[in-house]
Design a protein around this ligand. Sequence first.
Ligand code: PLP
Length: 351
Amino acid sequence: MSDTSRRLETLTVTAGRPPHVPGAPLNEPVTFASSFVAGGDLEYARYGNPSWTALEEALGALEGGECISFASGMAAVSAVLAQVPVGGAVVVPRHSYQHTLALLDDGASAGRYEVRRVDVADAAAVEAALPGAAMVWLESPTNPALEIADLPRLTAAARAAGVVSVVDSTFASPLLQRPLELGADVVVHSATKLIAGHSDVVLGAVVTDQAALAARIRHHRGLHGAIPGPMEAFLTLRGLRTLSVRLGRAEANARALARRLATASGVLEVRDPGFGTVLAIVLVDAAAADKVVQRVRLWIPATSLGGVESTLERRRRWATEAATIPEGLIRLSVGIEHIDDLADDLLAALA
Ligand code: PLP
């Protein structure tokens, strides 16, 4: 049985390991090298490193394509958006990750491309924006509004319209959503989040099952130099090994917490996409939300998400966050602590 025929939980543990031969290390070691002796597969480390290769094998096996790892999620986003021809149009959720939108706005103001913002939960609206576009960016769930896109419908519509479809699947991880299987051309991850899982590394990944596209994106990485460090690749792969157990625990916590928050004092709305580890609550205004963030003791006030530790932040504290995100919205990244401790701390801060 080939490795890739195994179940995803097994692949998180087995993929990207050295061969089982006597004396071999169980894990691909970190290779600190800028240059390799000429004549082998690797020559210069901007084009390859064995520590990346191991991680890329694992993420590629999980998503069902060829993986190219990057220095950050944003480097991965940039490399994919660079595939849009000058003068092309990009369809994007109005509540995509704020810096994906900022990068698109930069490209639009430089005259690189046109940006069409849509409500990604409204499939008909996305379809209406597709004609003549070069790329449709689908983020699902969106950050931080937690809207869900109908990925099979939208990737099929994109294909029929000749539009490249990309899914930023950061909030789902490969264990909860496999966009290539759902018809997407490209998957993007901020592996900084759930995949690495310990809030100690920044890394991004692109996966596609189209060889020509993968080659172009790899070429872009080599020329632009947005490469992951070998230590970061090692840490990300080590984090990936425990993704299924972390995710299982954090998802159970998130669903239980959403139920308890539904009746909590001052909470106007609980947003729960029904899977994954991120929730959002909406309070009456910014001051009420800031007070909760200041009062928690166990939860950590911090940006980012997907770590083992629970974090929260009021998203509109960032001036760059979309104006349509409520001022009182707190994003909750639910970790793997005991649910009662998490709930007690947050409910006390809300009371
Ligand atoms: N995509 C999403 C959905 C994100 O939430 C983030 C970061 O928060 C990124 C991309 C960018 O990733 P990175 O911070 O690793 O550059």
